[in-house]
Design a binder for this molecule. Structure first.
Ligand SMILES: O=C(COP(=O)(O)O)[C@@H](O)[C@H](O)[C@H](O)[C@H](O)COP(=O)(O)O
Ligand code: MN
Ligand code: MN
Length: 346
C-alpha cells in the first residue's frame, strides 16, 4: 500500500532536495546547503496526498525554516485540504528526514552526501531523541550473528566466517573522531582494514547491505536520528543493524547532548524510554508493517552518483528500498528545467 501510493512521490522528494543542495556543493556554506534542501523537501512533500508527520527532523523548533519534529506535511494537513482530498480516507504516515545528510561533505565537495528519508505507518519509526547512538551495521549474511554487545574483535571473527573471507579482507567504516581511537586501534589489531570517514554514516551503514561496495561493517558512534534512517533501510534490505543510545556527554565529548547523563536519562524517561541502555535492532527502530527508505546522491557516493547539472537540466540517481516489494530500486532521472527541453544522456 505505502509503496504503491507513495513510492514515486518520495523519490521526487529526495531528488528535489538533492538538486537544491547540490547547487551549493563546494561553496563552503553548509547551512545554506542544508536550508535549501529542507525547503525543497517540504515544498514537494506538501504536494503529496497524505497526512504526514515528521518524527525525525531537525528538532522541535517552530519558527526555523527546518523540517521540525512534529511538523505535519502533505496536502491533507494543509488548511485548504478539503479542496484537494478527503483527509479521512488517507492513512497517517510517519516520516524521518535528513534533507542534507553530510552537509560538510556537500559544502566542501566531498563524496557521500545525500538527501534521505524513511517512511512508515504511524508509529512505525522509533522516536529517537537528538542524542548519539552506538551503531553496528553488517551485511545480510551476518544478520543476527554479529552483536554490538560483543567486542569488535569477536564481531570481526564472526563477520569473516559469515562472509567466507579472512579478517584482513574486511573493511570497517568508522567516523574519524577522538572517541573512536580505541575502537580503531582494536579493529586494526584484529587485522581488519579501517576506512575513516569525516561525516556521513548513513551512507556507510547502508553500503554494508550491498555486496560489491567493499564495506563490510560500520562501527562506532554517530547521531541517533541517522541511526533510525539507516535502520529503516537495513530492515527493508535484510541487513544487520543495531543501535544503542549514547546519553552520557562524557562519552562523545561534546556539549551537544545536554548538561549531564542524569538529565538525559530523565529526558529519555519523559519520552517513554525507561531502559536507556537497551540495544535496538533494525526491526525495533523501524517496526512498521511497511518501511520505505529513499535517498538521492548530492555528491557521488558508494551507492549513488551525485547530482550532475547540464545546461537546462540535471541528472540524479536515487535509491528506494521497500520492505513491501522487497526491492532496492536504483532510479536514474533526467530533470528538464527549461524550454526547449534538453535530455542529455552523457
Ligand atoms: O556526519 C553526519 C552529519 O550529518 P548532518 O549534520 O546531517 O550533515 C552524520 O552522518 C553523523 O551520524 C552524525 O550526525 C555525527 O556523528 C554527529 O556529529 P559529531 O558530533 O560531529 O560526531
Ligand atoms: Mn545527518
Ligand atoms: Mn543533515
Amino acid at each position: 500500500m505505502l509503496e504503491t501510493t507513495l513510492g514515486l512521490e518520495i523519490i521526487e522528494v529526495v531528488e528535489k532536495a538533492a538538486i537544491a543542495s547540490a547547487r551549493w556543493m563546494g561553496k563552503g556554506e553548509k547551512d545554506t546547503a542544508d536550508q535549501v534542501a529542507v525547503e525543497a523537501m517540504r515544498e514537494r512533500m506538501n504536494q503529496i496526498h497524505m497526512r504526514g508527520r515528521i518524527v525525525i527532523g531537525e528538532g522541535e523548533r517552530d519558527d526555523a525554516p527546518m523540517l521540525y519534529i512534529g511538523e505535519e506535511v502533505g496536502i491533507c494537513t494543509q488548511p485548504d485540504a478539503k479542496n484537494y482530498c478527503n483527509p479521512d480516507e488517507l492513512i497517517e504516515i510517519d516520516i524521518a528526514v535528513d534533507p542534507c545528510e553530510g552537509t560538510n561533505l556537500c559544502a566542501y565537495g566531498q563524496p557521500g552526501s545525500m538527501a534521505v528519508l524513511a517512511i512508515s505507518e504511524k508509529g512505525g519509526l522509533f522516536h529517537a531523541p537528538d542524542f548519539y547512538m552506538n551503531k553496528l551495521a553488517a551485511p545480510p549474511a551476518a544478520k543476527g550473528k554479529v552483536d554490538i554487545r560483543k567486542s569488535p574483535t569477536e564481531n570481526l571473527k564472526i563477520l569473516a566466517e559469515c562472509l567466507d573471507r579472512s579478517i584482513d579482507e574486511l573493511v570497517v567504516v568508522v567516523m574519524k573522531r577522538e572517541r573512536h581511537n580505541e575502537l580503531i586501534k582494536e579493529i586494526r589489531e584484529a587485522g581488519a582494514r579501517v576506512r575513516l570517514i569525516s561525516d556521513g554514516d548513513v551512507s556507510a551503514a547502508i553500503s554494508c547491505g550491498f555486496s560489491g561496495t567493499n564495506t563490510h561493517a560500520l562501527m562506532g558512534i554517530g547521531a541517533a536520528p541517522e541511526g533510525v534512517i539507516s535502520a529503516a533501510a537495513m530492515r527493508a534490505i535484510g541487513g544487520h543493524f543495531q543501535g544503542q543510545l549514547i546519553y552520557d556527554p562524557a562519552v562523545v565529548k561534546t556539549g551537544l547532548i545536554g548538561e549531564s547523563k542524569e538529565s538525559n536519562i530523565a529526558r529519555l524517561k519523559e519520552m517513554g524510554i525507561t531502559d536507556p541502555d537497551k540495544v535496538y535492532d533494525a526491526s525495533e527502530l523501524a517496526c512498521g508493517e511497511t518501511v520505505l527508505f529513499a535517498g538521492c546522491g548530492i555528491t557521488p557516493g558508494n551507492l549513488m552518483e551525485g547530482v550532475r547539472f547540464f545546461h537546462g537540466g540535471a541528472r540524479t540517481q536515487s535509491l528506494v528500498i521497500s520492505s513491501q516489494s522487497q526491492t532496492a530500486r536504483f532510479v536514474d532521472t533526467i530533470h528538464m528545467f527549461e524550454e526547449p527541453k534538453v535530455i542529455q544522456v552523457k
